[in-house]
Design a protein around this ligand. Structure first.
Ligand code: ZN
Ligand code: ZN
Length: 560
């Protein structure tokens, strides 16, 4: 290990994942302030919602580190969840640093990178489980943890100014079914050596006790599925390969064959097989043949547990899936978290299935058929007990999670806590941990395949149009600005009313537009922009009067 110079600093800089669950993008920097070398830990996405119509994927904005791209020594990925690797194929072309991951993560990453031709030169170095890697002043050990996907890794990052334990996502599962148990020896040993800072998962900080074990879920699913008649569908996250495996074993025990429904189920089972997991199971039944099996001899393992519109389960619920039908006497098990309240799609999905006569089972009424992959308070306490860090840096949480986690760490006698927001640069050493700088951070929307800034015009206009409707005005003028035809007004997404039907409204708006043009001075009428602005203003104002809102108005002037 090299020695630190007096001007060297060790900094932590989250550019995503601090103040939100998702979009993890963490940086560690070492060196004097004007010449830091960086490593990136994770580069994930988050997903759009009703406030981002048409935008499904959201990326962290890499602007700050893009300017220092030559000083990025490597991008290290802890595990293959989308909120940790999903942005790599989008942003790698801007960072162009070497990639490091364990084999399962590397398999999935390679598939993603293949989809973007700008990533052809991206090189992934596979690190074995429990392996090590040196990037300049950073000596990194991969520590096996347990989570809800194969190969979750914590990182012990040794630097000349101290060691960081970056946990990634984890829980303490005494029987994870696939993969090893949490390498508590490695963590305790690291704790004995001295951990400067632990950057740690905050997802379940409000939940007492333990997250629970996958082994218990297997028992619960086996019991439940064993007692069911009719067709059975089970929805879970495909990336939870241990869960998939449990469902498959439960189906076998109940004399049912398994049919995978949904692309990511196939993708994940291929990734699992690539690292030697799930090799000894019976072949899956293609969905085209599932119909030949008696109802009580088949089980559908489906994507779409969160109500994603295009996923298998939504199509089954809509009755639009080409092969799979569920109805009265059939059962659907949600072996996944039930997202509370705000997500509308998930509320519709169970209702649509219930309407078909399908009996539903969720973690609410069937305790034990799902467990979280993140640490609850007892597990956090255990981790702090093993690691004994000098500084607690909560991450992977909304503001309230991070603050609660910091308070909890204080209760556990951790001497220092710091709760940065995205863009806050925290100096971990030398001296007390504190925020020393604020750098640009934000979000980038993937909008129709195009990367656009968070507050870009397209989405703002679309949102505005979605809430307020659209009016288009077209008018034909001659060179001198005399109206030759129109104006004609059309409406999209605006309500009509018997007392004042839309047709009449549009005629009146056309009249107002005509007046606006006639009020213009002669030479202004010869300029398209002037006419368009005047017409739009009048029509917008009229819209406000009629509907109490301001529709998007698009005016087109044609000349003859
Ligand atoms: Zn995560
Ligand atoms: Zn995860």
């Amino acid at each position: 290990m090299i020695k630190a110079k007096a001007s060297d600093e060790l900094v932590f800089l989250p550019l995503g994942g601090s103040n939100e669950i998702g979009m993890n993008f963490n940086l560690y920097g070492f060196g004097p302030p004007h010449a830091r070398k960086w490593i990136v830990v994770d580069l994930g996405v988050t997903f759009g919602d009703q406030t981002t119509p048409g935008v499904e994927i959201i990326l962290p904005d890499p602007e700050f580190i893009e300017e220092h791209a030559d000083d990025i020594l490597g991008i290290v990925l802890t595990h293959a969840h989308e909120d940790h690797i999903g942005a790599v194929s989008w942003l790698w072309p801007r960072l162009k640093a070497p990639l490091y991951a364990t084999p399962f993560t590397a398999f999935l990453l390679r598939e993603k990178l293949r989809e973007n031709s700008a990533c052809l030169e991206a090189e992934i170095t596979e690190i074995p489980l429990g392996g090590s890697l040196t990037l300049g002043p950073f000596e990194i050990d991969f520590i096996t943890l347990t989570h809800s996907i194969p190969e979750p890794n914590g990182l012990a990052i040794r630097t000349p100014l101290g060691t960081i334990l970056h946990t990634g996502d984890w829980k303490i599962d005494p029987d994870p079914l696939l993969g090893d148990v949490t390498d508590s020896d490695a963590i305790q040993k690291l704790g004995d050596e001295g951990i400067l800072a632990m950057v740690c998962d905050s997802t379940n900080v409000f939940v007492d006790g333990h997250a629970g074990s996958e082994a218990d879920v297997r028992v619960a699913l086996t019991n439940l599925i064993g007692g069911l008649k009719g067709k059975v569908a089970v929805a879970c996250f495909a990336s939870n390969v241990a869960r998939m495996d449990s469902v498959i074993r439960a189906a076998e025990a109940a004399g049912r064959r398994v049919c995978l429904v949904g692309r990511s189920m196939h993708r994940m089972s291929a990734a699992a097989k690539s690292v030697g997991i799930m090799e000894d199971i019976e072949a899956f039944i293609p969905d085209t043949q599932a119909g030949y099996f008696p109802d009580d001899k088949i089980l559908f393992l489906c994507t779409g547990s969160q109500g994603e519109a295009r996923a298998a389960l939504s199509r089954i619920a809509e009755g639009t899936h080409s092969q799979v039908r569920l109805g009265a006497g059939d059962a659907c098990i949600f072996s996944s978290r039930v997202i509370p309240g705000n997500a509308v799609p998930i509320r519709n999905l169970p209702n649509k299935l219930a309407d078909r006569g399908v009996r539903l089972y969720t973690e609410r009424d069937q305790p034990g058929i799902h467990v979280s992959g993140h640490p609850c308070r007892d597990e956090l306490a255990q981790m702090y007990h093993w690691a004994r860090p000098e500084i607690a840096v909560p991450t992977h949480g909304e503001r309230r999670h991070l603050l609660e986690h910091a308070a909890f760490a204080k209760d556990l006698q951790v001497p220092q806590t710091v709760t940065p927001r995205n863009g806050d640069m925290v100096r971990l050493a030398p001296g007390r941990a504190e925020v020393i700088d604020e750098v640009p951070s934000g979000r980038i929307y993937v909008d129709g395949g195009v990367l656009t800034p968070e507050n870009g015009d397209a989405l703002r206009e679309r949102r505005h149009a979605a809430f307020n409707g659209i009016l288009t005005v077209s008018v034909v003028l001659d060179r001198m600005g005399k109206i030759a035809s129109g104006p004609q007004v059309r409406a999209l997404g605006l309500p009509t009313d018997e007392a004042y039907p839309l047709e009449d409204v549009l005629d009146d708006l056309a009249g107002e537009a005509e007046n606006a043009i006639n009020r213009l001075k002669g030479d202004a009428r010869e300029v398209d922009d002037e006419v368009e602005t005047a017409v739009s203003r009048v029509v917008k104002r009229a819209g406000q009067r009629i509907w109490g809102r301001r529709p998007v108005v698009e005016t087109t002037v044609l000349r003859i």
